[in-house]
Write a protein that binds this ligand. Structure first.
Ligand SMILES: Cc1cc2nc3c(=O)[nH]c(=O)nc-3n(C[C@H](O)[C@H](O)[C@H](O)COP(=O)(O)OP(=O)(O)OC[C@H]3O[C@@H](n4cnc5c(N)ncnc54)[C@H](O)[C@@H]3O)c2cc1C
Length: 304
């Protein structure tokens, strides 16, 4: 029996779930079941936005007008792990934490270096998620994606301009990824994962509503007293702390007292509080040191 062809599901006035737990929703939220339905979404709105797990995102309180596409159907969450060839093929909707554990159990190492990074695989690729233990680019063999004309592309990793929290794939809809890992003992991988998670627990405000590091670590244009030398990439948290912004607030948003590069949102906060606080921090750091901070988190602004 051929599988029943499901119609494209589009929810109206749907919330957009982000880790900040603030902000507006989508007038239209689509859940394509397969590649053909992504093409349908592109016909409806070529300027559509892709939602991953919302861990690096803040959405304006007024929501967004563009069609929002969530790759959360089972088709996009599938993962094939082959310990023999050390290759993993997974859909863009696969949950990174789940994949890290599945690879660990299968004796494939590498992804544990991304322990504690909440993400869909597509979002992790788009942001080149990572940190001081490594970044996802280190393990990418190829990315499968669709461009805005609805054409499928398979992009080998050496043609992707991965950089610090960037992939250069901003205009594409990432649909799947081939990863190349390496074999190791499952208990050894698990031990590394646990120690990375432990480190994050002690240094970051885990459990708060936030989107991880709010700003990219800046590279200094000139020597800055007690911060660093021209050309050096320095910790945004250190700069924000030294500028006196740690703990400062705007409404229900606060610069974390645990790690100054995290902005956390209380239950009564709204997106505007967070966005205003981002601007306050930027202005204070620019005043204090002449450093122009850039956000790492993605802000979806309303056209209204
Ligand atoms: C507690 C916490 C800790 C964190 N720690 C880290 C860390 O250590 N290192 C780090 O790098 N990040 C960290 N982050 C940020 C976040 O986990 C990463 O940026 C992650 O890659 C976001 O993935 P996502 O699926 O949630 O993407 P989303 O937040 O949903 O989207 C982010 C951007 O990617 C785009 N996108 C998502 N999916 C696709 C797709 N399939 N195709 C095309 N574009 C897509 C979206 O349109 C958006 O522009 C942290 C966040 C939290 C909440």
């Amino acid at each position: 029996m051929p599988a029943a062809i499901q119609e494209l599901q589009i929810q109206r006035d749907a919330p957009i779930n982000t880790w900040f737990k603030v902000g507006g929703g989508a007038q239209r939220l689509a859940h394509p079941q397969d590649p053909g339905q992504i093409q349908q979404c592109l016909e409806i709105d070529p300027a559509l936005r892709v939602l991953g797990s919302g861990a690096n995102l803040i959405v304006d309180d007024d929501g967004v007008d563009e069609l929002v596409v969530a790759l959360d159907a089972s088709h996009w969450k599938r993962a094939e792990i082959d310990p023999q060839s050390e290759h993993v093929h997974a859909g863009a909707g696969a949950d990174l934490a789940r994949l890290i554990l599945d690879c660990q159990r299968a004796g494939l190492a590498g992804l544990e270096n991304l322990g504690g990074v909440p993400a869909s695989l597509g979002g992790a690729i788009r942001m080149n998620a990572g940190g001081r233990f490594g970044e996802i680019a280190d393990y990418v063999h190829a990315v499968h994606a669709m461009n805005r004309s609805g054409t499928f592309l398979e992009i080998p990793s050496d043609q992707i301009r991965f950089g610090y929290r960037t992939s250069g794939l901003d205009d594409l809809i990432i649909t799947g990824v081939d990863l190349k890992l390496h074999r190791d003992d499952p208990p050894a991988i698990r031990q590394r994962l646990l120690s990375i998670m432990q480190e994050k627990k002690t240094s970051q405000p885990m459990g708060s509503n936030c989107a991880g590091c709010c700003f990219k670590n800046p590279t200094l244009d000139q020597d800055v007293d007690s911060i660093g030398q021209a050309g050096q990439r320095v910790s945004a948290g250190l700069v924000i702390d030294r500028a006196g912004s740690k703990g400062t607030r705007s409404g229900g948003a606060q610069v974390s007292t645990k790690h100054a590069n995290f902005i956390t949102a209380e239950r009564h906060a709204n997106a505007r509080d967070v966005i205003q606080l981002i601007e306050q921090v930027k202005a204070r750091v620019a005043d204090a040191f002449g450093i122009a901070l850039q956000t790492e988190i993605d802000i979806w602004e309303s056209c209204q």
